[in-house]
Design a protein around this ligand. Structure first.
Ligand code: SF4
Length: 734
């Protein structure tokens, strides 16, 4: 390999380690060695030192150990005459640079004001977001596991023009990749260029501005490390597993944009340890032989118009993208976009106007595949700022199509339409709400393109279960009024079908093993009355998914002989669970929180756990960042409960499960809930009131505590005692 590139990387690492040493000395002198250091809301400490070395650094003094590790790794700067072409030294230097980065970034979190915004998206006050919290990491990291996002591009530096920065970002977004931005230079960075062009940045759009400093690049690799710890089953300190998981499962690469100095060379060397190659726009020395990375390690120079394709080739990334024939970029990265009122060309449906979307099955000869009709004015026929009604009517036909599949396909209308750049979609059924941006209209987007999207995506995702699809878009109120009643009748029928379904009424449940890629011993058993932990799969979805992919992760499982109807235990389900959890779980109770409960993977919507002194349980939704009465925040609780373990007293579950009659029915059901985080409690208010009413419990809803009245178990007990909560009169939990 080239001596020049190795020398630059090693020199860069020396420079970063010296900077870390100086800044640490200064910080300890000014603030004291016991000053706390932590990235926001994470159970993974400082992720690189935790994942690679197993360290649990919590104070400035603790950073000294990491600094020593960095110093130990630093190889000498190559001499002019003697040079051994050894990649190992360059990689050691890269790892030393990453340790130094982490020290420098950790010190930033002791500063006041904090240089970063602790939020998912930037605001006008601050562009830079720094380290992601665990809620974001779990939400987004799972996409690397389930394939929704194949990986990320760590973009360091800036593009020659703002226009090229936008083009690059859009191309990466269309490939479903996350774009992590850091390391500005000359007063510019890719993130600032995008902001100047009015591009929406943040986790919602997958365009994540980590920080302007070169050391902020560590937040990309820290994120990757946490994904390996959280989803890859790697233990802290098992650096080989962390690095191998990333090489094999997280398809990431570095794009070096603009000038590449020694410190950026050191970042590239650090990334190689993870199997992430660097593709440089600037002409720098290359490292072409394969070894650590799948193919080449550093490739340059590559022009910006070819850099994404080259990076995908060098990283060995296989993309499976359905081409959607519309005049704007398309991909899941655009699903988080918001269209502000002032940027909106037209609003369809929403609270003040009629709107609905509906998918139904027809006979094969009644459907002309690809036929799209707009009945009523097209977008060109209405002035900017208009608000009009909308109906999206989809008819599918196919020998494998069943009416049971209709709501599943219909539910995807939201995801599919939302993935168009500059189109915002909310809601479903008769509460849909769509906005189309002015730019999107200027680029030629029409209402008929809703049909183009649905035709391409429904075929792409569900082509196995139907053969033809035709779409009608209605934009005149009289037509929509005439049709909405029919759709509403069907919605009610579907609800009644699922609402009426009980676990006793079926002889087959469905499994879901999707999360085994990161929690190998976890399996969800989805019953009509207990949806998957993530809330994304109910029994009908499991059935449909099995039909679509018979060898896939959703398998029908016969219940067999009932062992305990109260706890939810069946002979054949036990056997299936045992055989499909690597023989780790012999007994499984679907309705109990205490005795042999279902395992939890990591993507559950809620966690419930017992609060012993209250004779009840608490339930917390994953968005809640505060402390809970069990003495742990959600992120710590998730670390305790998740990973495929059976943890008596704790369960991960969907939000919808709380409304089920089978919700911990072995312990007395929902009346055991004594604390919920307020947002969850308010969202479920009608359901909770209904439960109270049906069980004859007076003021049940009012007797549930939340964080505004109690954050410790003692406070919960005091509150529920005052309110005479029903749980206090129930049989003891133990
Ligand atoms: S939580 Fe359960 S249902 Fe949801 S994807 Fe994971 S295994 Fe499947």
């Amino acid at each position: 390999m080239s001596k020049i590139i190795a020398t630059k990387a090693i020199r860069g690492a020396h420079s970063l380690v010296s900077r870390a040493e100086n800044e640490l000395k200064l910080a300890i002198a000014n603030k004291g060695p016991e000053t706390k250091v932590e990235f926001p809301n994470t159970g993974y400490f400082l992720p690189i030192s935790h994942g690679i070395l197993g360290l649990k650094i919590e104070t400035l003094a603790g950073l000294q150990e990491l600094l020593q590790e960095a110093r130990n790794l630093l190889p000498p700067i190559p001499e002019k005459e003697k040079w051994l072409p050894f990649l190992g030294h360059t990689m050691d230097a890269g790892m030393a640079a990453l340790f130094a980065d982490e020290i420098i970034e950790a010190i930033k979190y002791t500063q006041n004001p904090l240089p970063y915004l602790t939020a998912a998206n930037p605001d006008d006050s601050n562009l830079w977001l720094g380290a992601a919290n665990d809620v974001i990491m779990r939400e987004r990291g799972i996409e690397f596991v389930d394939g929704t996002a194949p990986g990320f591009a760590a973009c360091v530096g800036y593009c020659p023009t703002n226009e090229l920065a936008v083009k690059l970002a859009r191309e990466l977004q269309e490939k479903n990749l996350y774009v992590f931005m850091s390391a500005g230079a000359d007063g510019k960075s890719m993130a600032s260029q995008l902001r100047e062009e009015g591009i929406q940045l943040g986790w919602d759009t997958r365009l994540v501005p980590f920080g302007d400093d070169v050391t902020a690049t560590i937040h990309s690799l820290g994120f990757a490390t946490r994904v390996a710890l959280s989803f890859g089953g790697a233990q802290p300190g098992d650096f080989q597993r962390v690095l191998r998981y990333n090489k094999n499962r997280v398809f990431a690469f570095v794009l070096a944009l603009g000038p590449v100095d020694d410190e950026k060379h050191a970042q590239a060397a650090g990334a190689i340890n993870f199997g992430f190659p660097t593709i440089s726009e600037t002409d720098i020395d290359q490292i072409l032989p394969s070894g650590i990375c799948t193919y080449e390690h550093v490739v340059s120079p590559v022009s910006l118009d070819k850099i994404v394709a080259k990076a995908i080739e060098v990283r060995g990334l296989k993309l499976n993208i359905t081409k959607v024939p519309i005049p704007v970029p398309y991909g899941p990265a655009f699903q988080g976009e918001r269209i502000r009122k002032e940027d909106m060309y037209v609003e369809l449906g929403g609270q003040e106007r009629l709107g609905f979307e509906y998918l139904t099955t027809k006979e094969l000869d009644e459907v002309e595949d690809g036929k799209i009709e707009v009945i009523g004015p097209e977008i060109d026929d209405i002035p900017s700022g208009s608000k009009i009604p909308i109906a999206i009517w989809v008819e599918v036909a196919g020998r494998e199509m069943q009416t049971d599949f209709e709501p599943i396909l219909e539910r995807y209308i939201h995801d599919f339409i939302n993935a168009a750049n500059g189109v915002f979609h909310m809601g479903q059924r008769d509460i849909n709400w769509i906005r189309i941006g002015k730019d999107t209209k200027d680029k030629g987007f029409k209402f008929r393109h809703f049909g183009s999207i649905l035709h391409a995506k429904l075929h792409g995702e569900f082509g196995k279960i139907f053969d033809k699809v035709q779409i009608r878009i209605y934009t005149l109120e009289k037509d929509i009024k005439a049709l909405i009643g029919k759709a509403r009748k069907v919605y009610l029928k579907r609800d009644a079908r699922l609402a009426d379904m009980t676990d006793e009424a079926v002889d087959t449940f469905y499994s879901c093993a999707l999360c085994q890629s990161f929690a190998p011993n976890h399996i969800c058993i989805i019953t009509p009355e207990r949806s998957g932990l993530c809330g994304a799969y109910n029994w009908l979805d499991g059935k449909a998914a099995h039909k679509i992919s018979p060898a896939g992760p959703n398998q029908p499982v016969k219940k067999g002989k009932v062992i305990d109807p109260n706890k939810g235990q069946w002979k054949d389900i036990n056997t299936f669970v045992y055989n499909n959890t690597h023989k780790t779980l012999e007994i499984f109770n679907a309705y109990s929180i205490i005795e042999d409960p279902m395992t939890s993977c990591g993507c559950f919507e809620c966690i419930s756990c017992i609060l012993p002194s209250t004779n009840g349980i608490m339930s917390v939704y994953r968005d809640y960042m505060g402390m809970t009465p069990v003495g742990m925040k959600f992120s710590t609780l998730a670390g305790t409960v998740g990973g495929g373990a059976q943890t008596p007293g704790f369960i991960g579950h969907s939000k919808q499960y709380i409304s089920s009659k089978k919700f911990i029915s072995a312990e007395g059901g929902a009346p055991r809930i004594v604390w919920m985080n307020r947002a969850l409690k308010e969202e479920l208010e009608p359901i909770l009131r209904e439960i109270g009413k049906s069980m004859g419990i007076d003021k049940y809803y009012e007797s549930i505590a939340d964080e505004t009245v109690a954050v410790t178990e003692e406070e919960v007990l005091e509150f529920i005692s005052q309110k005479k909560h029903h749980a206090l009169s129930m049989p003891p939990l133990f």
